[in-house]
Ligand binder design. Sequence first.
Ligand code: URA
Length: 196
Amino acid sequence: MDKKQELENLHIKWKEECQCKLKKMATQVVPGDGDANAEIVFIGEAPGKSEDAQGIPFVGAAGKFLAKMLELINLKREDVYITNIVKYRPPNNRDPLPKEKASCREWLLDELKIIKPKLIIFLGRHAMNNFFPDLKISEAHGKLLVKKFKGMSTRYFFPLYHPAAALYNGSMRETLKDDFKKIPKVLKEIRKYEEN
Ligand code: URA
């Protein structure tokens, strides 16, 4: 079975089995989207209003900004895989609760185990703290993190500010763009490490 089919089956399974309380409040599930064979997986926080309406992650204002940043490095969203730590929209876009993050965690880990990306990019502190609970996004953004997690083949992680936070903050927006432009070099370095 190819990875695309494996991911489709995974989403069908977790749509049934996920115990997240947000399921009852959201319009629909928002599973990950993109290339099942991607080298890069982007992980955001949770779906917003547009994502909840369309069932696709990052299609609202933050998503349009993300697409523009992908263009900066000659990528389209179809070239990468985009997902969230929580698969259902929290009411009024509030932060997801620890319990809600925990309910969706295995789903996210299963996506990553199928795709096996070379690089995981965290969009914002919620995604980063799901894997690195002690780090601060203001200190860790734009720096490559290397860590081996049990059962996961990906060892390279790159935290960025969340595009929604940077959208209306000029200096954060410039920092995010500068960090984004580092991605091709980071990927090149990872390929080099993996050869050795
Ligand atoms: N913000 C997120 O974190 N995820 C989305 O899918 C949209 C906005």
